[in-house]
Design a binder for this molecule. Structure first.
Ligand code: PGA
Length: 249
């Protein structure tokens, strides 16, 4: 059985105080969604405090990124082992904002994947096409190449620990959600592509949809057989919206 997952990517939002409040509210209400794994991904600076807040609840903690290296003279970077020390068990990797604004490539991401696994962090690995790539009908080819150059390099054991997030770049923060049929079509394609390498293990991997997912559209998206949940940006900052999304299965 694939896990149903709703993960909140807080991006560069909230003060530490607000983050703690948000995490406390999510932890408190998480009992209402016991069939769904909830994950929150606050900024690095909040991880320890938010982790303390989540203790005793079923809500898991994630970082939004990690360093390519293990330790040393890398000013401004945060190692996967440091993230794991805070109690986090997940790490978002390859978000389109990281690919676009910080030049992350498959080469960078392969190093980050290795760092995550070395520190027992499960990656939430993002893929997705840009608007012009969809308009020129290259979306399948782009997503396949993103997977082949990264996730395909994982061992079977590493693959089992991985969550995939399909986030069409044109839908992120734009209010434009993929149609449920578009999401299903791409999620099924991703699963089929992963099966080429990992066989039946691809049936067990959770593939989340991300991009302007909110309480009004989550039900239609999550009712598709290959959509196992969501990676939620804007709506994860409002506890009621985040929980309403998690109740949409
Ligand atoms: P959004 O962001 O829900 O605000 O569109 C999703 C994401 O970038 O993970």
């Amino acid at each position: 059985m694939r896990k149903k997952i709703v993960a909140g990517n807080w991006k560069m939002n909230t003060s530490v105080t607000k983050g703690i409040e948000l995490a406390a509210a999510v932890a408190d209400k998480s009992k209402e969604t016991a069939n769904v794994l909830l994950i929150v991904a606050p900024p690095f600076t909040h991880l320890t405090k938010v982790g303390e807040q989540l203790k005793g609840s079923a809500v898991a903690l994630s970082a939004q990124n990690c360093a390519t290296e293990t330790s040393g003279a890398y000013t401004g970077e945060v190692a996967a082992s440091m993230i794991a020390d805070t109690g986090a068990t997940y790490c978002i990797l390859g978000h389109s904002e990281r690919r676009e604004y910080y030049g992350e490539t498959s080469e960078t991401l392969n190093k980050k994947l290795a760092q995550c696994f070395a520190s027992k962090l499960s990656p939430i690995f993002c893929v997705g096409e840009k608007l012009d790539e969809r308009e020129s009908n290259r979306h399948f080819e782009i997503v396949k190449a993103q997977l082949q150059s990264t996730v395909f390099n994982l061992s079977d054991e590493e693959f089992d620990q991985t969550i995939i997030a399909y986030e069409p770049v044109w839908a992120i923060g734009t209010g434009k959600t993929a149609m449920p049929e578009q999401a299903q079509e791409m999620h099924a394609f991703i699963r089929k592509t992963l099966a080429e390498k990992f066989g039946t293990k691809a049936d067990n991997i959770s593939i989340l949809y991300g991009g302007s997912c909110n309480p009004s559209n989550a039900k239609a998206l999550f009712s598709n057989p290959d959509v196992d949940g969501g990676l939620i940006g804007g709506a994860s900052l409002k506890v009621d919206d985040f929980l309403a999304i998690a109740k949409s299965f």
